[in-house]
Design a protein around this ligand. Structure first.
Ligand code: ATP
Ligand code: MG
Length: 137
């Protein structure tokens, strides 16, 4: 069982990570944690020079935080850092290419309004994933 867990560090996505920890523990699921760093395009002159590095560092620290939950229990886990503007696209592409059986994702994340039932990433993944999707709230 190959499980993909996209995380942006939000509470809901960390609940998804916790669910995957249990699956690794109990069912020996092979878990991959994925974080997509925002890719800063557009008018580069107007953007702070280190913006891309900051996005990358933020995504890396999210991966570290999630990986720590597996490390604590000495469970094996893969981490993957990607760059993109629409994270849902990265998630769908990797789910397809990596032959994942299941995606576990938060219903909302860090960028949206809390009143939303579901964020655009979760919605996109639920609509187009080639495998089972579990949405955590
Ligand atoms: N950059 C990202 N990298 C990895 N996973 C992500 C990323 N952004 C969102 N996710 C995943 O998608 C889940 C839902 O987040 P989503 O982006 O859909 O909601 P939102 O941020 O509240 O709203 P929106 O982004 O549509 O304004 C998160 O809990 C996380 O699991
Ligand atoms: Mg978002």
């Amino acid at each position: 069982m190959k499980v993909l867990v996209p995380t942006d560090g939000s509470d809901r996505s960390m609940k998804a990570v916790e669910m995957a920890v249990k699956m690794a523990e109990k069912e020996s699921a092979e878990v991959t944690l994925l974080s997509i760093a925002h890719y800063a395009t557009g008018d580069f002159e107007a953007l702070p020079a280190d913006l891309q590095i900051r996005f990358e560092l933020a995504a890396k620290s999210v991966l570290e935080k999630a990986k720590a939950l597996f490390d604590q229990k000495q469970l094996k886990v893969e981490t993957r850092l990607e760059y993109g503007i629409i994270p849902g696209n990265n998630i769908l592409k990797l789910a397809e290419e990596g032959g994942f059986d299941q995606i576990i994702i938060g219903s909302t994340g860090v960028t949206g309004l809390t009143r939303l039932i579901m964020g655009s990433t979760a919605l996109k993944v639920a609509q187009h994933a080639p495998c089972t999707v579990t949405i955590v709230r």
